[in-house]
Design a protein. Structure first.
Length: 445
């Protein structure tokens, strides 16, 4: 693909007008040849950093696999595929990961895709079943390679590389500089792009505050903090245990704070829904275990709250990495109960001055999500969803927020005040000649 074509698609479909420092650095390093290792913190824009030069280097669609991107989690696989689809104009891309119907993936792989985005286990399964031929793949991206090693995917990745004899370039991204490179990677004089040394710059954009709770159970303090933040914005509350996430979320929801939960006990489809509804503004506070500190593409998070103290410096860093991303600013709040002390790896800017009275009585979302029981496999597009809503309800096209398309469903954000009426009206209409059940999606609690 031509660079101008990619950048134009990036501007038109993603609203990104120019590359940031990391993306420019990787693009400049690419022509040097050989493998590329990218060290970059969470939220630095690394997907586009490797996607742009990678797509520049692939040939015209030729019916053979050209590029494989391997990521450690389903959430990251879905988000990576969405980014690549937005800019890979004219190229066939297939997503292979847990939570997807294997039969649907097999059908999509029947016509060899130019680009495959996959988690290690699912890709290896397709290779062994003969669903996909990766022998001609010349470019392999191992995104968040450090996380893949941490999760124990060594054997799967070793086996996958054994099926790729014609690789000419490998790209690794990692949030950890002290990374060991297993021998099976056979890196060829890698060019290293290191953007981890940005602590001073990050500190200017991220402020950390201590919030002191008079009681060991910090729920009342947490609620008061949420009602007293100087600016209402997307907020992630981090806890250390799954049951605590459920308990905190239920308390907030019962006391006037729009909240949802994200943790490993949720089914994959529920985790995906949690991210979509949080991203589109259908609830304001996500209560999450550390599972939500990496691999999620959530825009414009303003506040991070450490309800439980993080267990390590790495956990603290990754939690805070959900905000102050790229060039934005954000705030982190560490709740301390009686007898608790700040860990040595936490450097605070001071105590948060809680106002004598909360600034608001509730935290309510401005948007709600319409859930359609039809999606990409039923040939529904984002344009179809916008036109259907705007032409058959009192929701104008300009009022429609983020739209997410899945294989067999779609979700669209609309003003919360208009959602119920829109559902009643739209269920009486047809989209693309057929009736589709529509409901209001609710946050996990």
């Amino acid at each position: 693909m031509k660079e101008k074509q990619i950048l134009d698609a990036m501007s038109e479909r993603m609203g990104i007008a120019r590359l940031n420092g990391l993306q420019q650095a990787v693009l400049q390093a690419w022509p040097q040849g050989g493998d590329v290792v990218v060290y970059s913190p969470t939220g630095s824009g690394k997907t586009l950093a490797y996607a742009i030069p990678a797509l520049k280097s692939v040939r015209e669609p030729c019916g053979r696999g050209q590029c494989v991107v391997i990521v450690p989690s389903r959430e990251l696989a879905v988000q990576t595929a969405d980014v690549l689809r937005a800019i890979a104009c004219g190229y066939k891309l297939t997503l292979c990961c847990g939570g997807h119907n294997v039969a649907d993936e097999k059908l999509s792989l029947a016509v060899t895709p130019d680009v495959v985005v996959a988690t290690p286990g699912r890709l290896l399964d397709h290779i062994r079943r003969g669903h996909v031929d990766v022998r001609n793949v010349r470019l392999l991206v191992l995104d968040e390679f450090d996380k893949s090693l941490e999760l124990g995917f060594d054997d799967e990745m070793r086996a996958i590389l054994a099926h790729m004899p014609n690789l000419s370039r490998k790209v690794l991204t990692s949030a950890t500089a002290a990374l060991r490179f297993p021998p099976y990677l056979k890196l060829n004089g890698p060019v290293v792009v290191d953007r981890l040394d940005r602590e001073a710059e990050l500190h200017q954009r991220l402020k950390a505050w201590v919030v002191r709770s008079p009681e060991p159970d910090k729920l009342a303090t947490l609620r008061r903090l949420l009602l007293s933040l100087p600016e209402v914005g997307k907020t992630i509350v981090f806890v250390n245990y799954r049951d605590a996430a459920q308990r905190v979320c239920s308390f907030l929801a019962a006391h006037g704070v729009s909240a949802g939960v994200y943790n490993g006990s949720l089914a994959q489809v529920e985790r995906e829904k949690a991210v979509d509804l949080f991203n589109n503004g259908s609830y304001c506070v996500m209560v999450s275990t550390d599972l939500g500190s990496r691999g999620l593409d959530i825009d414009d998070v303003k506040h991070i709250i450490h309800y439980h103290l993080p267990v390590s410096a790495e956990a603290y860093t990754h939690r805070n990495g959900r905000t102050a991303r790229v060039s934005a600013s954000g705030d982190a709040y560490v709740l301390l109960g009686p007898g608790e002390r700040l860990p040595g790896f936490v450097s605070a800017d001071g105590d948060f001055a809680m106002p004598p009275h909360p600034l608001r009585r509730a935290v309510a979302p401005s948007m709600a999500t319409l859930h359609f029981m039809a999606g990409r496999k039923e040939k529904i597009s984002r344009g179809d969803v916008v036109g259907f809503i705007a032409n058959n309800s009192d929701v104008a096209a300009a009022e429609i927020g983020l739209i997410s398309l899945k294989d067999h469903c779609a979700m669209a954000a609309v003003p919360a005040a208009k959602a119920a009426k829109a559902v009643a009206t739209l269920n009486q209409c047809k989209i693309k000649g057929r009736r589709v059940r529509i409901s209001i999606a609710r946050a996990n609690k």
